[in-house]
Design a binder for this molecule. Structure first.
Ligand code: NAI
Length: 331
């Protein structure tokens, strides 16, 4: 039998945490034959609720679950972890300035970076979910210099999956037949959902999404804004933000990263920019990537038209501003 993998979930007493931990314990993230030990971290006001989640994990009798740690101590939570899913963060509350929210999250991600750097397993893979996801990941990277930068990523797979979902609804095709959409940039409303290279598997072979949709006005208008604004639409409907879809997409992100993307398929991940597609180096930016042997690689050589170029640049500008704001909180 395989040795268990230790998976950290921060903010585990929250909404996403509640949807995510059972998925991990069932093998959705790391595969149906991979035992796991869950490390769950939250803050003292949530300690009792966190313990309740632990009780439910025991009650669910998951065969793959070999242990559960529920703690408010970051060092205990981070010790020996192979995968870290960072869902905990400080939410924006009514009347709060952007800078105040940023400042809270910068201090959380700075201290959790140190705990991971000192105590996580070598080669730990990190996925930041909590918003502002790209910039939290960047701060984590800056304050965990011994963790390789390729190991620090943020979640844009939910946006990617939302784009697949919209195309599948529009064309009335199975979502599993749609592939190679791209989310570029920030996990925010400036992200650019790009279908220029996306295809659908049909009975007469692979066809470009653009050709099948045949409605450019929708592809360059309503489609983009629907994906960009989907988070807000979910809040409006549920009075709570996306949780099951965020949890499921976080599992997709880690699974594909660890186990590989299917041949001919790419996915979107927020990763440390190396300057590909003239995106400024030094930002955590969402790119199309393929994964193999536990490593992601940015898909190279895709054509970028003028419309797309502007959108790639716009979301990069927002990320540069966020980065500056985050740095201004450090002093
Ligand atoms: P939630 O408020 O239900 O849960 C957050 C949990 O984090 C709470 O239990 C809280 O006590 C905990 N927490 C706060 N500070 C912490 C710290 N320093 N250490 C450990 N835990 C801490 O929020 P929800 O709905 O679960 O969302 C979590 C985050 O994910 C939010 O920042 C949200 O904006 C973000 N999000 C990101 C998505 C993405 O696609 N990247 C999609 C949906 C949500």
């Amino acid at each position: 039998a395989k040795d268990p993998v230790r998976v950290l979930v921060t903010g585990a007493a929250g909404q996403i945490g509640y949807a995510l931990v059972p998925m991990i314990a069932r093998g959705v993230m790391l595969g149906p034959d991979q035992p796991v030990i869950l490390h769950m971290l939250d803050i003292p006001p949530a300690a009792e609720a966190l313990n309740g989640v632990k009780m439910e994990l025991v009650d669910a009798a998951f065969p793959l679950l070999k242990g559960v740690i529920a703690t408010t101590d970051a060092v205990e939570a981070c010790t020996g972890v192979n995968v870290a899913v960072m869902v905990g963060g400080f939410p924006r509350k009514e009347g709060m300035e952007r800078k105040d929210v940023m400042s809270k999250n910068v201090s959380i991600y700075k201290s959790q970076a140190s705990a991971l750097e000192k105590h996580a397993a070598a080669n730990c893979k990190v996925l930041v979910v909590a918003n502002p996801a790209n910039t939290n990941a960047l701060i984590l990277k800056e304050f965990a210099p011994s963790i390789p930068e390729r190991n620090i990523t943020c979640l844009t797979r939910l946006d990617h999956n939302r784009a697949l979902g919209q195309i599948s609804e529009k064309l009335n095709v199975q979502v599993s037949d749609v592939k190679n959409v791209i989310i570029w940039g920030n996990h925010s409303s400036t992200q650019y959902p790009d279908v220029n290279h996306a295809t659908v598997n049909t009975s007469s072979g692979e066809k470009p999404v653009k050709e099948l949709v045949g409605d450019d006005a929708w592809l360059t208008g309503g489609f983009i804004t629907t994906v960009q604004q989907r988070g807000a639409a979910i809040i409006k409907a549920r009075k709570l933000s996306s949780a099951l879809s965020a949890a499921s997409s976080a599992c997709d992100h880690i699974r594909d990263w660890v186990l590989g993307t299917p041949q001919g398929t790419w996915v979107s991940m927020g990763v440390y920019s190396d300057g590909s597609y003239n995106v400024p180096a030094g930002l955590i930016y969402s790119f199309p990537v393929t994964c193999k042997d536990g490593e992601w690689k940015i898909v190279q050589g895709l054509s970028i038209d003028e419309f797309s170029r502007k959108k790639l640049d716009l979301t990069a500008e927002e990320l540069s501003e966020e980065k500056a704001l985050a740095y201004s909180c450090l002093t």
